[in-house]
Design a protein around this ligand. Structure first.
Ligand code: BES
Ligand code: ZN
Length: 460
């Protein structure tokens, strides 16, 4: 059925876009307690749509955190099974005043659909559901391969529930490969498969000084300042050249092969253009001796996400705050172990903390990096599917981002992962004006259908 996929997408464009908009109107922000009910609502919405698409056994699975969503369709006897993974939760929306249209009022402007979650990941994960619908409701009434869906509601806040679920449900999740659409294309029109994700270790540093806030004139010069202490701790963790100063941090870092690095040199990428068009700062930063792609894809990092404490309102207030908190994460690469890095980090912080303050370090979440060996038949099926659509050879890239559960699919379920994403470099993930190119939503549906076809053709 060479053109059934294209025809299905062509005939159902408007309805499928409207459905995605409906999904995007649900503010399923997993990290904020006040959105708990919305997260649940997004899960139920998804289950309803999965049933409508023809999937069976669709259900919301309660967990200690946000619910998981499961569904399957297992009637392609003797054919491989694809486990489709995605997440229906989204990141917070602040700073809200930087959005051109409100984050939960999806709006199309110049071929892009703007909304929180448009790309990451509702728009992308929903392509899998629509692909199933294309076969079951508007096509042959059967699927070329078997499918299982496992969708989580807290990927953006660490993926704890799914990490507990996967090892306990090996049988239920038995499959031949995992399909994830939660990454991006290297450039518009350039079909891309991702073969590497960085891991992450997310922590919080809490610094306590005096028993209460103090007048900075009366006590300044004698009392410790927790905000200054936070700054000192942070600068003792990374130097001005971007090198992480935690002893042992780089000990397990595996360098990419020469072949992989030289393949990156052939990608259409200019650091100058990247700085100007994507980053928009005065200069790129980071470790000397590595290209920007290498620094973002294959080197570990240390980043501060926020510092809280003291007075930040309008005007001036002279206070030595009693407490300060910093949110800090490290992106990890193969073969760094999050638990081991946490120990090194906590030890280093304790050592460099200035006198007079009490410092505690807490881990919020952690996951190792993923590296995919592209030499398997499921990646082959994805390459063929992408070639069919774009008429071009796909490129293999890595990403600097993390999808915590992906490592577990390989380590606990022993499954090869196919990371076939439809985002674009300027999709503003985690930022104001997040978007998805409308065309890429449809390409994603078509691509997933063609992938299912190619996987079916692999036989048992
Ligand atoms: N979809 C992203 C990860 C991603 C982004 C992969 C760009 C490839 C390219 C994912 O939803 C994400 O943002 N994950 C978080 C995970 C973290 C909060 C545990 C991340 O990377 O910050
Ligand atoms: Zn995502």
């Amino acid at each position: 059925m060479p053109d059934h996929a294209a025809a299905f997408v062509h005939d159902h464009r408007d309805r499928m876009l409207d459905e995605l908009k409906e999904f995007l109107r649900i503010p399923s922000i997993s990290t904020l307690p006040e959105n708990r009910a919305d997260v649940r609502r997004a899960a139920s919405w998804l289950v309803k749509k999965m049933r409508a698409a023809g999937l069976e056994h669709a259900e919301v699975i309660a967990t200690e955190g946000h619910p998981l969503v499961y569904a399957d369709f297992l009637h392609a006897t003797g054919r491989p099974t694809v486990l489709c993974y995605g997440h229906y939760d989204v990141q917070p929306v602040d700073p809200i005043d930087r959005w051109t249209s409100p984050p939960f009022e999806p709006t199309v402007r110049r071929g892009n659909l703007y909304a929180r979650g448009a790309c990451d990941d509702k728009g992308q994960m929903y392509t899998h559901v629509k692909a199933v619908e294309g076969f079951l409701r508007h096509g042959p009434g059967r699927l070329p391969c078997n499918v299982k869906f496992l969708i989580e509601g807290e990927e953006e806040s660490g993926g704890h529930a799914i990490a507990a679920f996967v090892p306990k449900n090996r049988k239920r999740l038995r499959a031949d490969c995992v399909l994830v659409s939660d990454t991006g294309m290297f450039a518009p029109g350039l079909p891309t498969l991702d073969v590497g994700l960085r891991g992450i270790l997310y922590t919080e540093i809490r610094v306590r000084g005096a028993a209460g806030d103090l007048h900075s004139g009366m006590y300044g010069g004698a009392a410790p300042n927790p905000l200054q202490a936070v700054a000192e701790i942070i600068t003792a963790c990374k130097d001005r050249g971007g090198k992480v100063l935690i002893p042992g941090f780089y000990g397990k870092v595996r360098r990419p092969s020469k072949t992989e690095i030289s393949s990156w040199k052939r990608l259409p990428f200019s650091e100058k253009k990247f700085l100007k068009e994507e980053v928009g700062a005065a200069a790129l930063t980071g470790e000397k001796g590595f290209s920007a792609l290498e620094r973002m894809w294959a080197r570990p990092t240390f980043e501060v996400h926020g510092i809280r404490g003291g007075f930040t309102g309008e005007g001036a207030k002279t206070v030595i705050p009693a407490e300060a908190v910093a949110k800090v994460s490290m992106r990890l690469v193969p073969d760094q172990d999050p638990a081991a890095i946490m120990r090194l980090f906590a030890g280093h912080v304790a050592k460099v903390a200035p006198r007079g303050v009490k410092v505690t370090v807490r881990q919020a979440h952690g996951a190792p990096a993923t590296l995919i060996d592209p030499d398997n038949r499921f990646i082959g099926a994805a390459v063929a599917a992408l070639r069919d659509i774009f008429g071009k050879e796909p490129v293999f890239v890595r990403s600097g981002g993390s999808i915590p559960v992906v490592g577990l699919f390989t380590s606990a379920l022993n499954l090869p992962c196919v990371l076939m994403g439809w985002g674009l470099p300027d999709d503003n993930l985690h930022a104001p004006d997040e978007k998805l190119a409308v065309e890429n939503y449809f390409k994603g549906i078509e691509g997933t259908m063609r992938f299912f076809d190619r996987v079916g053709a692999l036989g048992g």
